[in-house]
Design a protein around this ligand. Sequence first.
Ligand code: FAQ
Length: 335
Amino acid sequence: MAAAKLQPVPTAGNEAPAPERSAEDIAGQAYFDRIIAEDSRIEPKDWMPAAYRKTLVRQISQHAHSEIIGMQPEANWITRAPSLKRKAILMAKVQDEAGHGLYLYSAAETLGTPRDVLNQQLLDGKAKYSSIFNYPARSWADMGAIGWLVDGAAIANQVPLCRASYGPYGRAMVRICKEESFHQRQGFEILLELSHGTPEQKQMAQDAVDRFYAPALMMFGPPDDDSPNSKQSMAWNIKRFSNDELRQRFVGMIVEQAKVLGLTLPDPELRFDEETGQWIHMELDWQEFKDVIAGRGPCNAQRMARRREAHEDGTWVREAARAYAEKQLKKVGAA
Ligand code: FAQ
């Protein structure tokens, strides 16, 4: 049944009248507002504002793309890992990242955008993925620094997302965070072993931390006063903390862990300010961040070329899956 149309809301002066809203939309908005105010969950078939849907598709697909592109720096090291055990662990981690990408694409699909559309946006260079994966992984110690700092930052950012107001996203994040915790520990353990090894190994670990520290802090996104999406995403209970709040938490976490590792964080300004209860850290190079997300980072071209190549290589798999699905459909039709 078509929803009854309500009269447009009258406006003062020369303003254009507000667009008509159907009774269904008005009731839907009231339901949505109540669910958000109660801190409950919105599910795929619930009414939701178009802008909420769009924000979720943007954030979830960017996150999914990050997981998929994020496989590359570590996959490069599988054959060069120093032992069979290290290879097996790294291989499992890279496979986990693929799984995270798939849960997240599935969560995004529940919002009505098919996976192949999202994937095409990535291939066309129209969709963002995390800045961090545009930095090179130069040594085995980088596997430690990525696990400790990059997965560590991912956990700090993503644990609050387990409470995101959109049900499928929050539920996907629960499993992802469990796996990220394992990833972070394996990175920490690689660095711990190197930092207690030969002086050269310790230097290799320090060098990796020196290169990944600032890019890991940038993973949380621009400073709050330059973050156009945060305010609305927090009002909708998608994001629970601002970019700077999460960056603060992360710094507090790694300061103590660096002491256990016997490594130094490359930040001469790093200190805890008792008065404000805030960590003071060095000014991050936000121009570099902007360049990286605009496609001008050290590895953007290489990462995208590899992704497109992998997509091409997978053509026969997609064709075979399609042919199989068609065959199954015919069988069902014939039965
Ligand atoms: N990189 O207004 P805001 C992982 C963009 S962890 C690139 O603050 P928002 C695990 C942002 O999209 C990494 N772009 O935006 C792993 C927006 O652009 P748009 C992935 C960034 O959304 C470990 C613009 O800047 N994690 O993969 C970045 O409120 C090891 C303005 O920014 C997630 O995606 C950035 N770092 O907050 C895998 C977590 N920061 O779209 C393999 C979920 C910002 O308006 C190996 N996402 N931008 O054109 C989030 O929590 C949020 O989306 C933020 C950004 C915090 C990333």
